[in-house]
Design a protein around this ligand. Sequence first.
Ligand code: UDP
Length: 479
Amino acid sequence: MTELKGALNQVEIGSAPIERFRHLLDDDVRSELDREMDGLVAALRGRVLWNVNSTARGGGVAELLASLIPYDRDAGIDERWVVIEGSPDFFNVTKKIHTLLHGVDSDGAALTEEDRRQYEQATSRNAAALTEIIRPGDVAILHDPQTAGLVPALSARGIHVIWRSHIGVDQPDDAVRNAWTFLRPYVTKAAACVFSRNAYVWEGLDPSRVRIIAPCIDPFATKNEDLTGDTVTAILHAGGILQGRDGEATFKRHDGTRGHVVRTAHLEETALPYEARIVLQVSRWDRLKDPIGVMDGFAGHIAPSTDAWLVLAGPAATSVKDDPEQPEILDELTRRRQAMPSSVRTRIVIAQLPMEDTDENAAIVNALQRRADVVVQKSLAEGFGLTVAEAMWKGRPVVASRVGGIEDQIESDKSGLLIDDPKDLQAFGEAVVRLLADEAEARRLGTEARRQVIRKFITPCHLIEQGRLIQEILSRTPA
Ligand code: UDP
């Protein structure tokens, strides 16, 4: 990162060839991508496309920007990424906003005038620094609530501002509305507001300025790159998850160099047998991901009638010191597993993945998803399930709860199986057993899943939508 004026930092970004997607796309999508990228390059000539958020690492937004920007840059767009700074007080307020936007009323407390004062103090300092480097006529995409307060000052300078929300809930309550009321005066000054799905659009916004752009995955990222069967086995063996033979446990890092899996996952028992059939859930140790429900569903409804193993994979507890809830849930899960009869317990593997090296972690997740016979995502709520899209890209049959963004991702019985009631362990178990028993059915769902992800949720889909929006805004008000 390079330090800029004021409290800003610029994230260094390389470029990546958009050409690599060609073989994945249908002719019509390929032509559309060419058309939109050419149009965007022409519309942005002489302008800079800026992205502004509050963190360079960690979290879905940082991951999305790190994967998208290189393709625009390769197409000839001068696109940059700036990270704002704030005091602990500012981040306390934005954390409160974030919690409220998820429908959780933090301490029953609504946002106050003092919160607004803290928030505006930080955003006006950042806006002052930004308007020194962003020129009138440039385009700025501001991400999430931390940057909403920058919209009025940047718009007033003649900068074309898009504000983008990456979070949302299916059923807004008073807590959610409280956060909307706090932020709405800022974001209504934007040329457009972007949400991940229709259900997440706030009340009280001008519909003509609202657009939907779904998140996407990059098939060429370390987490998703193609791996041979031997490499999958070698990575899982080197990572201490699977018994078997040594091999070349290598992967491509995000900077293009080759890496080797050298760290092992923490498992409380021995590694899985080489031949094991695997049911997998990958997620943070979060109540909303319901790992305990997955384990109970496996023990009660999958283990008795199959020979499958369950792998619950997530970050090593030692890596999540900033989130006390995750080690707590991991403890609860481990204790519950210990209390199970050994016939079931020995087939339940809680895998804490090494997190020291993000690329190594991604390679292990990639190998796990590719090796799994069935991938599950039994979430109780979900904005957009990246893990679902990742598994679908890998042609895996997915069993998931019919909640939030997952409903946009999977068409039940066509590209996966959806469970209507996320707490219905029997329905969950039966769906998994059905796929374990019927390989042809599992293959059919997996093949269609991959097709759907390629059509809707990979990088080019996002580039097309975003390119179209920017061109529209620039043609509306030429500066
Ligand atoms: N993930 C990971 N390592 C882990 C656990 C999760 O890389 O140990 C990744 C997972 O592959 C996915 C992301 O974290 O890319 C989680 O995104 P998702 O939308 O599924 O859930 P969120 O954590 O954002 O609620």
